[in-house]
Design a protein around this ligand. Structure first.
Ligand code: GLN
Length: 492
């Protein structure tokens, strides 16, 4: 019997599969069956998905096949997965929390609706840290996802399910969300491309809010071109999200062909990102990628992000403050779980929330309530908001002297399941290089730059750019992708 776990069809890139669907060398049903077989073969080990909509996907594929390829639909017949924090009509949307166990929204998030309008097939919902709070996907209330490169390791988080499902070739791309690094970190740990767009580039309508001033939805794919194709579809103004920027969406895919080297570009290297306790294999792989960028014509300059050391503290005040307010809506009345044993309204709130929220979510609600309370607001929240503005100014100043900034995504490669789960502060430090982009609202991309020499695990390089300049990040990543050490796919 052919080994369906190594299905060459499932290993195609999104760009390749959409081409073969368009020219009818593959049907949507064939493609859908290939990824469903791959899910059946690998999911018991990887556990990337909270739910799989196999029958709905099959029905949609046959309907698409019956009407035939549509050149106006850029994702026609392409099976994709979305993180379970995005509302999907009639399909469970749990945020990996018990409190939303049976929640099925009556509408689609704008990003999901745009994927569907573009002809994509929704295959399933990806596991995540509960309400996107975490860096490993171990905070899921259901089960932890495993890293497809080494099943004893974490895939990163909070979009760990999205990263693992893409790396395991269970789909051709996924959507994740990033509040402080949750697209870029798991992309880096799983050896795929992850792009956090500029704040406001993609509508957050229908994304269950964590830190509303930080959250962004973005693509997670096996190649840079695939990421450009997904961003193309989901980006752009949406009147249902007042923070969504009303600016034209460039042709990201066409722009990729316009650059074949990095001549004329200046890359900023912040000392703060390169000096600080990097694992030697991360320093080496990212350092080689920068050398490659120089060989391709880029000039590198030092830049000073002097407030970086305050980024983690600032983020963990602002994010938890916003979370405590956003999560107040889960009260046992309007959505999901309700404790029926309670004798009074207050008791019902308390019991429903105590049973429904996991430990990390409760910790953050308590922290957030504290930093917003009247006696402490000025000392914590107001101060953090001020430092946030200074961090943004730091980046704006740095990006006057360079076109983009490069550094590692994370100080280490993927660590063992359970290694840090008892130490929340240690875990928060994993976000040290990613959270500034969210505080500043800037786009950030994680590009795989080969396997580390120590554990043979993927290493991610981070590219941070000017607001709304996703085009340059994608172009540079696309050029580099063809010259850095190949990462390949995990053998599962
Ligand atoms: N790890 C960070 C946190 O726990 C970032 C999470 C995210 O980006 N959603 O808040």
């Amino acid at each position: 019997m052919p080994d369906s776990t190594q299905s060459p069809l499932a290993q195609l890139t999104l760009t390749q599969v959409r081409q073969q669907l368009a020219d009818k060398s593959l049907s949507a049903s064939e493609v859908t069956e290939a990824v469903l077989a791959r899910i059946a073969a690998t999911e018991p080990r990887v556990q990337a998905l909270l739910s799989v909509q196999a029958e709905e996907a099959r029905a949609r594929a046959s309907a698409l096949d019956a009407s035939g390829p549509d050149a106006g639909k850029p994702l026609w017949g392409v099976p994709l997965v979305v993180k379970d924090v995005l509302a999907t009509k009639g399909v469970p949307t749990t945020c990996a929390s018990k409190i939303l166990e049976n929640f099925r929204p009556v509408f689609d998030a704008t990003a999901v609706a745009r994927l569907k309008d573009a002809g994509a097939i929704l295959l399933g919902k990806a596991n995540m840290d509960e309400f996107a709070m975490g860096s490993t996907t171990e905070n899921s209330a259901y089960f932890p996802t495993k890293n497809p490169w080494d099943l004893s390791r974490v895939p990163g988080g909070s979009s760990g399910g999205s990263a693992a499902t893409v790396a395991a070739c269970q789909c051709f791309g996924a959507l994740g969300t990033d509040t402080g690094g949750s697209i870029r970190l798991p992309a880096s740990f799983c050896g795929i491309v992850g792009l956090k767009p500029t704040y406001g580039r993609v509508s957050r309508f229908g994304m269950v809010a964590y830190g509303s001033s930080l959250d962004q939805i973005g693509p997670m794919t096996r190649t840079v071109e695939d990421a450009a194709r997904l961003l193309q579809v989901i980006a752009g103004h949406d009147e249902r999200d007042s923070t969504c920027i009303n600016a034209p969406v460039p042709d990201y895919v066409a722009a990729l062909a316009q650059r074949t080297d990095l001549k004329g570009l200046t890359i900023g290297l912040p000392a703060q990102y390169w000096d600080k306790g990097l694992a030697p294999e991360v320093a080496e792989a990212c350092g080689l990628a920068v050398k490659q960028a120089e060989a391709l014509g880029a000039k590198t300059v030092p830049v000073d992000l002097k407030l970086s050391e305050y980024a983690v503290a600032t983020y963990y005040i602002i994010a938890v403050a916003e979370a405590s307010s956003n999560l107040a809506r889960f009260d046992g009345v309007r959505y999901g779980l309700r404790d029926k044993s309670a004798q009074s309204l207050l008791e019902m709130y308390v019991k429903s929330r105590t049973r429904g929220f996991g430990e990390e979510v409760q910790r953050r609600i308590i922290l957030g309530t504290y930093v917003l309370s009247s006696g402490y607001y000025d000392a914590y929240y107001r101060k953090a908001a001020q430092v946030r503005r200074l961090i943004r100014q730091d980046f704006e100043a740095a990006l006057k002297n360079c076109d983009l900034i490069m550094g590692p995504v994370c100080p280490t490669t993927a660590f063992k399941v359970g290694e840090m789960s008892d130490d929340p502060l240690q875990m928060y430090l994993m976000d040290i290089f990613t959270i500034s982009a969210n505080l500043a609202g800037l786009p950030g991309l994680s590009l795989p730059v080969g396997l580390g020499h120590e554990y043979g695990l993927p290493v991610g390089l981070q590219l941070t750019g000017r607001a709304l300049d996703e085009t340059l990040l994608l172009q540079v990543a696309h050029v580099l992708e063809q010259h850095v050490a190949p990462t390949g796919l995990p053998s599962l």
